[in-house]
Design a protein around this ligand. Structure first.
Ligand code: HEM
Ligand SMILES: [Cu+2]
Length: 603
């Protein structure tokens, strides 16, 4: 870039920062709505101002440090990322309807991203990175920020301002990660490294979009680590007097474990990203073939990468363990063992990373021990499954939308887990590695289970954060399109894997004597149809959410009739108190509605 252009950019940036500073300075008393409890400590004089009032509009959202507001921002952010990642995959699945690269070719030309295959690789990369780092981790943070303080009886997070900073690192992170797409017309190609960013490819690919993505990823990692430290501190130091380790709720347990995993794995990812950037731009040789080691890269990456999958799955398991019993009309069966299995998974997840490297030619003795630990980790996972099923057994089941999503979670998790055990066996993995079978395996978990638990939570707590009830028919349409859609799509992928279809390709070609190309194409068509079904359900979900948020009927203090079964959680008790104070304040009381799932007759 020319010097003058750089100067202009610097001046522009300075003007922008000054404008932000002036705007913030104009907000009257912007400290006054900062919660004091555990907030910054030491600002004694602030108590004189401490009020509940918040400024209105944009300023509120830009300056808030309230855990509930931050939770909602994480949620909105996660949903936006989900839409971006979803649209990327819809394009990819459309491309795969036919063996040739005939859909993305023209599009790539129009966008200035080289060939259709290049665009496919870019979409693949942005899909994976977005879903894991910009949707998965943040959507969990949405629940934990909003609910953990309520569930443990704290006023707010231990460090509310750090909480806000952690969130605000994410939007610039996303802009950097997606930058290649916005800048494509200016000659900056988007990153095409896939989410694992394996070397030597990731060192040799010249796109500037890849460097921007690595920087953006680094920001999201810092954000997640800050959040994790905050949650650990909050649960340890801010819990109410009546909350102890024995009665800490299951969702908080999973967040505590997850935060521990983040604390030990994300900083490592940060280091790897920096080393990769150095290799790319400053001729260091950490991960190069000559002088460095691509296998070292894989070790470091998966030492982060495998815990990451449990970072993503533990809190959703917590949501299901929390929500499912309420609609089964009884307490979670074997609570203690669910907690123990959470901790066991947390510890074991650091000991299995090399099961992603079975086919790299590492020492067979090392491989065998990783196979053993990988098989062992299925045990605590199975413990949880049995506890969920036993909780439902002979229960008075009410098939509300959150409950349907919980049940869907359990069934998809079983398929995802069992296919994982197969892959953990070296001989099977050597056959199926890098085929669509692997894609099917982890999508049964990340989409079929993690996203399902996310939806269970979104619907279950909707009455708290929106104060309204959603439309139940639309919610059920959403559930069934997704239940059928996930199973068509990912079952087709497992079968594609058995047929030998490799992953990460925009085109396919087969020797007809070995595999029928028609069969492969048929399976791809099925997978795409399932994806379109989910696209339809996703639009229904978005419409239902936005419409109900503004116009839905009031939900009232106990929308799920939990008082009757004695399963009212702390968050709904809190909600009840809040509603009572607003009514006393002159808010109006209206008729409340529920999802209306009735106990089954034959229970
Ligand atoms: C519990 C939630 C789980 C999640 C979220 C998950 C996620 C994933 C992901 C994302 C990958 C693909 C990595 C890549 O891009 O190459 C993967 C691969 C793999 N998973 Fe899982 N998994 C889970 C459970 C399991 C379990 C319980 C096992 C074994 C007991 C397992 C064994 C494997 C193996 C061996 C691979 C590597 C396959 C290969 O590349 O050849 N997974 N998993
Ligand atoms: Cu793994």
């Amino acid at each position: 870039m020319e010097v003058s252009a750089q100067l202009a950019l610097t001046v522009l940036m300075g003007v922008f920062l000054a404008a932000v500073a002036v705007m913030l300075a104009r907000v009257e008393d912007w400290r006054s709505y900062t919660p004091l409890a555990g907030g910054g400590g030491g600002y004694g004089e602030e108590s004189a101002y401490a009020t509940e009032e918040k400024p209105a509009g944009l300023i509120r959202w830009l300056t808030t440090v309230d855990h509930k507001d931050i939770g909602m921002m994480y949620g909105a952010y996660g949903v936006i990322a989900f839409v971006w990642g979803g649209l990327a995959v819809i394009l990819m699945r459309t491309e795969l309807l036919t063996p040739a690269a005939d859909v993305l070719g023209p599009l790539a030309e129009a966008m200035g991203v080289g060939e259709g295959e290049n665009l496919y690789n870019a979409l693949l990369t942005t899909h994976g990175i977005t879903m894991l780092f910009l949707f998965g981790t943040p959507i969990i943070a949405a629940f934990s920020n909003y609910l953990i303080p309520l569930l443990i009886g704290a006023d707010d997070m231990a460090f509310p301002r750090i909480n806000a900073i952690a969130f605000w690192l994410l939007p610039p992170g996303a802009l950097l990660i997606w930058a290649g797409f916005f800048l494509a017309p200016f000659g900056v190609d988007p990153s095409q490294l896939s989410w694992t960013m394996y070397t030597p490819l990731s060192i040799e690919q010249p796109e500037a979009g890849a460097d921007l993505m690595l920087l953006g990823l680094h920001l999201t990692g810092v954000s997640a680590t800050m959040g994790a430290i905050n949650f650990i501190a909050t649960i340890f130091t801010e819990a109410g007097e009546d909350v102890n380790w024995a009665n800490l709720d299951i969702f908080s347990w999973t967040i505590l474990t997850q935060s521990g995993l983040i604390l030990f794995s994300f900083p490592l990812l940060g280091s790897v990203l920096i080393m990769l950037l150095l290799d790319r731009n400053f001729a260091t040789t950490f991960f190069t073939v000559q002088g460095g080691s691509p296998i070292l890269y894989q070790h470091l990456f998966w030492f982060f990468g495998h815990p990451e999958v449990y970072i993503l799955v533990l809190p959703p398991m917590g949501i299901v363990s929390y929500v499912l019993p309420r609609f089964a009309g009884r307490k979670l069966f074997g609570f203690k063992f669910v907690v123990y299995s959470t901790l066991a998974i947390g510890v074991l997840s650091f000991g299995v990373w090399a099961h992603h490297m079975f086919s790299t030619g590492i020492d067979p003795r090392i491989r065998a021990s990783f196979m053993a630990v990988s098989l062992a980790i299925a045990i605590p996972s199975a413990v949880k499954v049995f506890n969920w099923i036993t909780t439902m057994w002979n229960g008075r089941i009410r098939l509300t939308t959150p409950m349907l999503f919980c049940i869907g979670f359990v069934q998809n998790f079983i398929i995802g887990g069992v296919t994982g055990v197969f892959l953990a066996s070296i001989p099977v993995d050597l056959v199926l590695h890098d085929t669509y079978y692997v894609v099917g395996h982890f999508h049964y978990i990340v989409m079929g289970a993690i996203a399902f638990a996310g939806f269970a939570g979104l619907y279950y707590w909707f009455p708290i954060y929106a104060g309204k009830m959603y439309q139940r028919t639309l919610a059920k349409v959403h559930f069934w399109t997704w239940m059928i859609g996930t199973n068509i799509t990912f079952l087709a992928m497992l079968l594609l894997g058995y047929e030998g279809m490799p992953r990460r390709y925009a085109t396919y070609e087969f020797n007809d004597k070995l595999v029928s190309l028609d069969l492969i194409q048929l399976l791809h068509v099925a997978a795409t149809l399932g994806a379109f079904l989910m696209l339809f359900g996703g639009i229904v979900f978005l419409y239902n959410f936005v419409q109900s948020w503004y116009e839905g009927p009031d939900a009232g203090p106990d929308p799920w009739n939990l008082e009757e079964v004695g399963l009212e959680g702390r968050e709904f008790l809190w909600n009840d108190r809040r509603l009572q104070t607003t009514v006393a304040d002159g808010g109006e009381e209206t008729e409340a509605v529920t999802d209306g799932g009735r106990p089954t007759e034959d229970a």
